[in-house]
Write a protein that binds this ligand. Sequence first.
Ligand code: ADP
Length: 489
Amino acid sequence: MRFTGGVLRITRSLRFRLALSYVFFFTIALILIGGFVRYSLEHIMANQAEDAVDEEWGAVKGYLTVEKYGPDWFYDAYDPDESFIVSRLQRVFFLADSEGKPLLRSEIYKSIGFESPEEIKAVLKSGNTRVLRIRYDHGTPYLIRSGRWVDNQRVFYLAIGRSLAEDHHVFSRFERDYLLLLPGVIAVCCLLGWFMAGRSLDPLNSVSRTAQRITSSNLNTQISTRGAGDELDHLIETFNGMMERLNRSFEQIRQFSTDVSHELRTPLTVIRGQLEVALFTATTQDQYREAMENALEEVERLSSIVRALLLLSQSETGQLVLQKSEIDLSEMVRDVVDQFQIPAEAQGVRLSADTPEHCVIHGDRIQMERLLSNLLSNAVKYTPASGEVVVRLAADHSQVTLDVEDTGVGIPVEHLPHIFERFYRVPSADPEKGLGLGLSFVAWIVKAHGGTIEVHSRVSGGTQFRVCLPTGEIESSPASPPALAAREQ
Ligand code: ADP
């Protein structure tokens, strides 16, 4: 059982599959190469045999002649070259007259078997001088060239041939050796494939080993790259990047828990103090009332923190569904700016809006109001006395642009890429400690409406947030002069 499990695990492993495909393709390649070499060899040898038999056909003319008393070979028997050539020609040889009657033949040709007189007459009638055939003598193949042959103006049937035994021997030796060698080469290939696949997957195993060791307490663990710049290095870099992001998120959540506890502790302590006052020290109705009012204020603060947390979790889990309807953004901007006039005045900040008369968009009223008040409350909060905050709204045929500009403290450039992250706060710039959630809500609302948001800021030079919303379902009226008056303090 355990053995079967082990085998199953190996056969399912990436290493096994990689090695197997490597061996598979290599074997196919070897078989194709072997087949191709065998085919080329056969082709070359067949051509060579045909050339040789053609050459011998030409040579017969010089040595064979048919006299009145019959055919005979004429050559210088003392010349070793001539004797060799003629003896080679005489080995596989057959001569017949025009009626198909055999005149001269070699012993080998006798065993191969003569052509019938009908066959001979048919060849002679066709006038063909080059009929190539392979014929066998007790299993030995011979390439035979036969055809019409003219000597002293008389027509004969001539057939000469040469043995192909040597060629066939070469083929079968090649085939035998190749087939014997193939399993050995494939076996070596298996070992090599297994080894190479193992080596190339090593970094992957190290990634998985490291991943197994990671818990929430050592999220800063990094795997070192091999410097090869390949896919695995890319994977390791991606993994390290993911770990970095996770670590940052965990850090933020940890920080958030600490911040939330602090935020909740203060109002709770105040409430407790006020209740104790009411219970143990208050004697008059006014004292009771004051204690209750103070406690209620803190309860309000507690509720707003809890609301923000709830909203955040709903937007993160996709439970917050936009309730879209036609809304006049110009009117909304003017209303929200109106609401912020009192805190702005209290802070000595001039607040104004510059909007077209109407700018109707298809959006979620509550979320758009939340977007505006988050941006405006930040702008007012981070602008010192005698500064200015302007909200501008403009629309063209493709998009609506909302700018919230202030002349406040600005945001240091190194913090700019992070301000839309949850719980992110610029440490020194917070006059009133917030939860660092306002802008992440703004970013979520913009995204949910299919828009974009960008920020430009300079330390002590002010900040501009620009929200662009597409006009897919948006209609707008032509711009009119600034609608709301600026207030100065
Ligand atoms: P918070 O509730 O803490 O204000 P936000 O998400 O709204 O959180 O903002 C994140 C950080 O961005 C803030 O801590 C603040 O430092 C910075 N910030 C946002 N708006 C402005 C602005 N108009 N001027 C300067 N700093 C800003």
